[in-house]
Design a protein. Structure first.
Length: 264
């Protein structure tokens, strides 16, 4: 909310919301708001940098970095071309907000063989909550096999729902997605000497650990930080204590995004 209010000074958030509401697979996760807040309060780390957001969805964090005008270039990417189309419209609708910062949208699927469209060097990669997204991954899967009737996927969806309710993490099933994400991060990092990737992701059972395991297998180094922003930590403590009624189902492991910084 803080971010959206701040952003509305610079960006037509109503238009963004209009496009967002028809995005098929990606709404705005609370983690994306946190990432946007983090990027805003640490805008200096993007000074004169080329930044790419992976699995952007609505791309709020990318737009915030662009509107802060510190970065030279911001590329907002997602594997879902419909999402990218709406991102492009949002870029055009808000082009006046970015001044000299070049802002682009890009369709980037983490498992694509041809990475020539990211042959450019990026200093910073950011991504959010991508390491453990079962529902969205399933939608991408359905998109890929769109010729199959939707009923084909129902047992699978029900299985996921029951398993999730039992608290069982199904991310092992999506290890391919972890591998693809780790691979693209490694590819991006190896392109520029001192670049790093900044991720925000809740722990969600073993989900994040599984992604980090895959990252390690790919030779990536990482640090995980819990308390990385005063405001975010204050909100988190509030949800556990005095503001408990405002988010009854708040669960640290499931909702609180950890900051992960990845280097080669
Ligand atoms: C949970 S959403 C997060 C969206 C946004 N970052 C946020 O937090 O609001 C995950 C995003 O990653 C994208 N995604 C998932 N798997 C992907 C893949 N293999 N390649 C590219 N994008 C992918 C989805 O299309 C979706 O927009």
């Amino acid at each position: 909310m803080v971010i959206t209010n701040w952003l509305s000074q610079y960006i037509d958030t109503d238009r963004c919301n209009a496009y967002k509401s028809i995005m098929s697979s990606a709404g705005n996760c609370p983690s994306e708001d946190v990432l946007a807040l983090y990027c805003l309060s640490h805008a200096d780390i993007f000074r004169s940098k080329k930044v790419i957001e992976l699995g952007s969805g609505y791309g709020l964090a990318g737009f915030v970095i662009a509107a802060a005008k510190e970065a030279t270039e911001v590329v907002i990417s997602d594997g879902n071309s419909q999402v990218v189309d709406y991102t492009q419209r949002n870029i055009e609708a808000n082009s006046g907000a970015f001044e000299d910062t070049v802002v682009k949208s890009m369709t980037l699927h983490w498992n694509q063989e041809d990475n020539s469209n990211v042959a450019d060097t990026f200093d910073i990669n950011i991504a959010i909550d991508c390491s453990c997204d079962i529902a969205v991954s399933l939608k991408l899967l359905i998109g890929k096999y769109h010729f199959l009737p939707i009923a084909f996927f129902y047992p699978f969806i029900i299985w996921i729902k029951i398993s999730s309710e039992k608290g069982f993490s199904l991310s092992t099933f999506f290890k391919d997605f972890h591998r693809d994400l780790a691979r693209i991060v490694k590819h991006l990092l190896s392109k520029a000497g001192s670049s790093e990737a900044i991720f925000l992701s809740p722990k969600r059972g073993y989900s994040l650990d599984l992604f980090l395991e895959v990252a390690k297998e790919n030779g990536l180094h990482f640090s995980v930080m819990e308390n990385y922003d005063k405001e975010v930590w204050k909100r988190h403590e509030g949800f556990l204590n005095e503001d408990r009624d405002s988010w009854l189902s708040y669960d640290k492991g499931h909702h609180y995004p950890l900051l992960i910084r990845i280097t080669l």
